[in-house]
Write a protein that binds this ligand. Structure first.
Ligand code: KG4
Ligand code: ZN
Length: 337
């Protein structure tokens, strides 16, 4: 079975063809980063319009690269949510229309399930059940994964998502968007023990998290400082350490609670090198195994949507005549495959 995957939930148009036996046949990604950079974040209407411009040429490019004709495609998977309504509508409308024209089934995929399953694309895959930490621009979730599609959210951020905290912190420091990669690069030049920021909610029991207070802490520290380039790097370092430490503590607690020995990290922030180092250190000390997608599959892409869609289509699911997009969609509402 060959599935065409379409991702348009935010600011990346991601297209891919995944074959059940041969794996990834072709993939393409167009990032709108430069389009939104001057606004310091994603402008939804601009995002939708750019998806409209890019989506068909990218599908044509991927079909050509994979040497596929319409007849070769057995199913189409598109991100149905969560995400920006207009952006989701573009991918869903194109995906559903192509499926209708090509007379193949289609399926609306949950974006975070795409992220969650991305480590399965690697050679060294986790085995069910496992714990997943999903960290992106819109979500921070600790998930008990008992089966594909059977997800229990056991911890989450009560306010800002981790990626969002990186992006907002970068903006406060006068850095561009997206903030995650920029902050982590700058942090390499930071003096390690100049600032120590709070680790939010680690002294309270439970697995929930909060990152908006940390942002205020950064703002106060920055406004009261000399605002030199060195101070900027030191603040970036202290912020990243606080976030990574907090996530590591919560993972440790969730692993103890579930008894699992396998931890999956996915979503944009899972590309963060410092987070990987902290969790690898934790793994070395305990009998834990940590699984990540390769960096290009940490952030949004079409491959993870094609893969998640393939599993669901093979499991017998498919769209009806119409389609719907779901800007807010709890991961726990999904059905077991
Ligand atoms: O998964 P993703 O591409 O899109 C969403 O589903 O939101 O995640 C994007 C987020 C952004 O907030 C970005 O700043 C963050 O992931 N990010 C990182 C890194 N690379 C991307 N955060 C920290 N360190 C990174 N290396
Ligand atoms: Zn994402």
């Amino acid at each position: 079975m060959k599935v065409l995957g379409i991702e348009t939930s935010c600011d990346e148009t991601g297209i891919a063809i995944y074959d059940e036996h041969e794996g990834i046949l072709a993939e393409a990604l167009y990032s709108q980063i430069s389009l939104h950079a001057e606004y310091g974040g994603v402008v939804p209407e601009l995002a939708s319009r750019d998806h409209v411009r890019r989506i068909i040429p990218l599908i044509q490019q991927v079909m050509q690269e994979a040497q596929c004709q319409a007849d070769d495609i057995d199913g189409i998977a598109y991100t149905a949510g969560p995400g920006l309504m207009g952006a989701l509508m573009v991918g869903a409308a194109v995906g559903r229309s192509l499926a209708w024209t090509w007379k193949c089934p289609s399926i609306g995929v949950h974006h975070m399930e795409g992220h969650l399953l991305a480590p399965m694309l690697e050679e060294n895959k986790p085995e069910l059940p496992f714990l997943a930490l999903l960290v992106s621009g819109g979500h921070t979730l600790l998930v008990d994964v008992t089966a594909i599609g059977e997800y229990q959210v056991i911890g989450e951020s009560l306010d800002d998502a981790v990626g969002e905290a990186f992006d907002k912190t970068a903006k406060m420091l006068g850095l561009s968007y997206p903030g995650g990669p920029i902050i982590s690069k700058l942090a390499l030049q930071g003096v390690t023990d100049r600032y120590k920021f709070p680790r939010p909610m680690v002294n309270r029991p439970g697995l929930d998290m909060s990152f908006s207070g940390l942002k205020t802490f950064v703002l106060n520290t920055w406004t009261e400082s000399d605002q030199s380039e060195q101070t900027k790097a030191d603040v970036a370092y202290a912020f990243q350490e606080a976030v990574v430490d907090t996530l590591t503590i919560k993972c440790k607690r969730a692993l103890k609670q579930t008894g699992y020995k396998q931890l999956v990290i996915a979503g944009g922030v899972s590309a963060n090198q410092q987070l990987r180092e902290h969790l690898n250190k934790l793994a070395k000390k305990t009998s834990l195994e940590v699984f990540y997608p390769q960096p290009k599959y940490c952030t949004d892409n079409g491959v993870m949507i094609a893969y998640a869609g393939l599993l669901r289509l093979k499991g017998g699911e498919q769209d009806g005549e119409g389609f719907s997009t779901v800007p807010r969609w709890p991961l726990g509402d999904l059905k077991k495959v």
